[in-house]
Design a protein around this ligand. Structure first.
Ligand code: SAH
Length: 339
């Protein structure tokens, strides 16, 4: 619950108002869930109950190649979601899941292969960060909503999570350090712009034309590129921020130099940054990634036009640190995943 909701709850149940802040601080600032050990009164402890939305670490995998860690979190109902913690010079960045599974159907994404199971509650998103911070004794400085799920398909809960996380008695993180990644749920991009929170928006673009994009991202059949780009312009202007475009490079699909040219033309007039992601092949999508030389050529072409481009560093390559791959292995009964 947001603090205001908790205050309403305490009032409705006849508890003093200050209790709301105590409960909020206990779960958020103090990052605890053992309410029975708190100094709250017995009747409040009983009223809150023990049936909490949680996401506790089921197992942790540490990359041997870099300091990336990958997590499987177990939810109260036994469902699993995954997350990644990456260490950068400027601090820790954590990738958060927003749904169990996903219904967007992007062809190369492992998270969506078994469809959507359910939305995550705000507390289940909060606990992904809190449990990692507690375990490692660290403080995360950036969060990116790029784990399993489509954040804008779980809009209300995601916004509530971010507001709690931002609040002073929550995690006190600036909205500028939060990134929402979406495959392009256009109506919700407008809603997000109207929230007037300067959250960084990342768009999974993956193609500069409707023909290829509709093959790879089914959402494009509902909201085509014209509509998506228009929404991005609106978002960028309203929040005075630049948009990140994620572009997964798939060999023979979207990685030619004419694709680079078309991409540059498509984004004209926008303030943006392009993040190129070499495809991680999954069992269900057997296409490959271009060679390092081809990736460099694609990047250089865009840079020669004046675009700002980076190639996503591959962190945690040895621990399946890519959307939904780990959970699928685990649920597929590969026991050694957690050993
Ligand atoms: N649903 C959101 C966030 C989750 S996916 C979205 O679509 O943006 C995070 C990013 O990883 C997206 O850009 C997604 O398209 C990309 N991605 C998913 N599976 C991938 C794979 N196998 N290889 C490369 N990129 C992948």
């Amino acid at each position: 619950m947001a603090l205001a909701e908790l205050q309403e709850w305490t009032q409705q149940n006849g508890y003093p108002k200050f209790r709301a802040k105590q409960i909020y601080t206990f779960f958020n600032k103090n990052q605890r869930i053992d309410i029975e050990n708190s100094n709250l009164s017995k009747d409040i402890i009983e009223a809150v109950g023990s049936d909490l939305d949680i996401a506790e670490i089921e197992c942790e995998f540490s990359s041997k190649l870099d300091s990336t860690k990958k997590y499987l979190f177990k939810l109260n109902d036994g469902n699993l979601v995954e997350g990644v913690l990456m260490k950068y010079k400027h601090g820790y960045s954590q990738c958060i899941s927003t749904q169990v599974g996903c219904r967007m159907g992007c062809v190369f994404c492992a998270s969506t292969k078994a469809g959507l199971i359910r939305n995550l509650a705000p507390a289940e998103m909060l606990r992904q960060v809190y449990s990692v911070e507690n375990k490692l004794g660290i403080r995360v400085s950036n969060i990116i909503l790029m784990g399993s799920g489509e954040p804008l398909d779980n809009y209300e809960n995601v916004i509530k999570f971010l507001k709690i996380f931002h609040s002073e008695e929550g995690h006190n993180m600036s909205y500028r350090n939060m990134t929402i990644s979406t495959c392009g749920v256009v109506d919700r991009i407008y809603d997000l712009a109207k929230e007037n929170l300067p959250i960084t928006l990342a768009i999974s673009l993956h193609s500069p034309n409707d023909e290829t994009r509709s093959k790879v991202l089914p959402i494009n059949r509902k909201y085509n590129l014209d509509k998506l780009i228009e929404a991005c312009k609106y978002y960028s202007e309203e929040t005075k921020s630049r948009i990140t475009f994620e572009y997964t490079l798939i060999s023979g699909e979207n990685s030619s130099l004419s694709d680079a040219e078309e991409l540059f033309d498509l984004l004209k007039g926008l303030k943006y940054h392009i993040n190129l992601i070499p495809l991680n092949s999954i069992e269900e999508y057997q296409k490959g990634r271009p060679s390092i030389e081809e990736i460099e050529k694609f990047k250089s072409k865009l840079i020669s036009y004046g675009a700002e481009v980076t190639v996503r560093r591959e962190l945690g390559k040895d621990i399946s640190a890519s959307c939904g791959q780990l959970r699928r292995k685990y649920e597929g009964g590969i026991n050694e995943v957690c050993s």
